[in-house]
Structure formats: structure tokens, C-alpha cells
Design a protein around this ligand. Sequence first.
Ligand code: NAD
Length: 450
Amino acid sequence: MNRREFINKTSALAAASSIIPSIVLSNKQPANKVRLGFIGVGLRGQNHIEQALYRDDVEINAICDIDQKSIDATLAIFKEKGRKVPAIYKNGERDFENMVKRDDLDGIVISTPWEWHVPMAIVSMKAGKYTAVEVSATVKLQESWDLVDTFEKTGSHCMILENVCYRRDVMAVLNMVRQNMFGDLLHTQCGYQHDLREVKFNDGKKAYGGGVEFGKNAYSEARWRTQHSVDRNGDLYPTHGLGPVAEMLNINRGNQFLYLTSIATKSMGLHNYIVKNGGENHPNAKVNFKCGDIVTTNIKCANGETIMISHDTNVPRPYSLGFRVQGTNGLWMNDGNHIYLEGISKKPHTWDDFKEYQEKYDHPLWKKHAQNAENAGHGGIDFFVLRAFIESIKNKVAPPIDVYDAAAWSAISPLSEESIAKGSAPIQIPDFTRGKWKTNKPIFALGDDY
Ligand SMILES: NC(=O)c1ccc[n+]([C@@H]2O[C@H](COP(=O)([O-])OP(=O)(O)OC[C@H]3O[C@@H](n4cnc5c(N)ncnc54)[C@H](O)[C@@H]3O)[C@@H](O)[C@H]2O)c1
């Protein structure tokens, strides 16, 4: 069943129960143009704007930020592309409330610091806008419920912009999982393993950050992200790894996260980096970082599978999301990019190179749109994730990664903090679908559509 057939069928089913909001049931013709507004036009917001401006079916009518440098850099993108200058909202931290009231906006893209995601998404959904929110969607557990409750009350959709779900190798593996090539899935591994100690920037007048500084002396993410490592001990950024494997495991749609346990190492990486690069007398050398350098979380799923997530951002290491997807018939590992499938691999007990499988099992979405993804960041995935949001608005349907995904994937962060604080105690993971996971069917990347 392709996505459109699926949505038509679920729409018919839902008509009587009114569980699916009216927006999903709309039979209107697809809109020709999608009118977007952006809250937060720092580095990530600018990436999205650049992507959106490649499309002739998108009009950007408003942007909002509290930082003049971010606004100036964004306006330079409009100028370079010869596009109409948007209305600017820069009048304080809550000016976004004014922007979302505009009636010339169909969708809002939120790329602000994590703690702003939910307050902004809720105001945007209440204003009746399709809402896209960057990762992680939520910081506190209650915020995940707030997102779900707002969707269920307003019918306004909220998509988490988890771009890694669209990674080409990940999607080929998803395709293979759906063809049962791994057998029954048993175990997946994933994580965010990215040395983030050095966030450096030089605007021609001054060098910012360099990893030693954070808060107001720093640049971009270091202005707000590092503070989370001071205040919190848990997996601060679970969704890049978890989103893709949750799609493979049909979480919220036939399967569910049940409980987790998390464990953290001691914290040394950020302090050592500051001493090495800023000196023992640098004021930040006195800061106590709460977040363990490596946080490991294990999740048990309702259908019996386990997921291991690693958060590892404060010590030297090459980048890797560390995927491993393992079933009763074999496994794929992203480190080394190899695969072993019993009865299919060339030799018993011996890895095959995944490259040989990539082309054969390339996902239909990638096959159809690879050329258009060429200009996009992170190897093309940024094109796909924004496209999915835009196409959902155009066709007036639910996005393929929805509010329940945003809630469940992001909730792993506060729940991992709770587990660590309780000596790695098992913590129940709420069912944000309130039981609907038992009958919900998969919606992500069912064909070559979204
Ligand atoms: N999916 C990905 O690959 C990816 C990559 C990078 C960042 N991100 C996510 O994107 C988000 C933004 O990250 P970034 O790197 O662009 O950070 P950034 O600090 O460069 O940008 C954030 C922007 O939000 C603005 N802002 C803060 N409070 C605001 C408010 N109340 N109203 C309006 N604007 C406000 C800031 O002034 C800044 O310009 C984060 O959630 C981050 O995790 C995702």
C-alpha cells in the first residue's frame, strides 16, 4: 500500500471515530505554493531556508530571531537567491507569538535551542499551523505529553525534523528489514557519537567559542547546548540514532518502547579540553560538568527487541552514529559498513561489503529523488526531511514522522536522566499513543512519495 492509499484508508476508518483530526480528512486539491515562516534562523534555520529557497513551490513570508547576526546572515541568503525579503520578527523572546498569527503562513519551522522547541510548537499548533520542530523535540517528559495533547486538541500536525531517518544507507536497510531479509529483528544499536568540544567561528572581526567558551561568549550551539552538559546527566541527544531504528522496529505502530536503563561514565572530556586550550586559570576550568562523557541507554520493546543508544560528544573520536541492525538471519553494521546474512552472504561467518547491497536495495524514495537532493546538507538527507514536511502541507495529510514519534523519541532524554539519578534503575517509558500503537500501521516512507 502506498502512502496515499494508506492515508485514504485510515481516513475512511477514522471518519467515524474522529480520532484522526479533520486536517487529515481533507479532500482539497494539493496547494501549489506552501507558505512558510521560520523561528530561529541560526546555523540550522539557515540550512533549512537555503533548502526551501531551492524550491519554486515554497514562499517564505516571515522569519523570527532574537539575534541580529542570525537575521543578517539569513537575509544575505534571500539576497543571493534574488528572493522576496520576508517580514522580520525580532522584538524579544516571545515575538514568535506575533509571527505565527499571520494568515499568510501554512507552516512553521522551528530551529531554536532545545528548551524553546515546545513553547514555540504549542503556540504554532494552536494558531492552526503545520509545525516542524528540530531535534530533540522536547527536553522534559511533560513536554512530550504537551505536544501530543496539543495535537489531539487542535488537529494541527507536528513533525520532528529527524533527518537521519532519510540517510541513504539507513533507508536501504529499512527496505531490507521490510523485505524480512534480517529475519525477525532482535537488537539494534545506534547513538550520537560526535566530538562537539570545538565549536569555532570567526566572523572576520572576532573568533568565537573554540570549545573553551560557552554561554554568551560563545557562538551558535555553544551558546546554549554546553549548559545542558553542566546541568544534566543523561542522553542529551537521542533521536539521530533512535529515529531510524524506531522506524525499523515500527515503534508507535505495532510495537512500543517499554522501559529503559541508562548508565553514565564520569565526566572528564569538557574540563580537560578547557584546561588544555584555555589554561588552568580560565574561569570555565572551575565549572563542574554533570553529564557523563559516555552515556549508554538500553531500551526493551514490547515485541521483545532491545535497543542500545550511545551518547558520546565530549571526548576525541571520529563521527559515527554506530548503527547495528540485527535479526535472526544476520546483521548490518555501519562502522565498517558491512553486512552478514545467513544463506545470502558469499561465505559463512564472513562479512560482505554493504556497498554491494546498497544499490540493489536502495529505497524507492532515494531512487526517485536522488538528483534533487544533491544540493542538500548532511549527504542529501536535509532535502528529504524538509520535503516531507512541505509535501504533507501541500497534500493536507499527516507528516510521515509525527507528533507521537517526536514525543517518544525525545522522551528518552529525561527518562535516561531519571534512570542515572536512580542508580541505573529501570524506568517505564510512557505510551504516548494511549494504546493506539496496537492498531496503528506504519506511515514512514511506504513508497517513493514521502
Ligand atoms: N538535524 C540536524 O542535523 C541538526 C543540525 C544542527 C542543529 N540541529 C538542531 O537545530 C536547532 C538549532 O541549532 P543551531 O545549530 O541552529 O543553533 P544556533 O544557536 O546556531 O541557532 C539558534 C537560533 O535560535 C535563536 N533563538 C534563540 N531563542 C530565540 C527566541 N526566543 N526567539 C527567536 N529566536 C531565538 C538564536 O538567536 C539563534 O539564532 C537545535 O535544536 C539543534 O539541535 C539539528
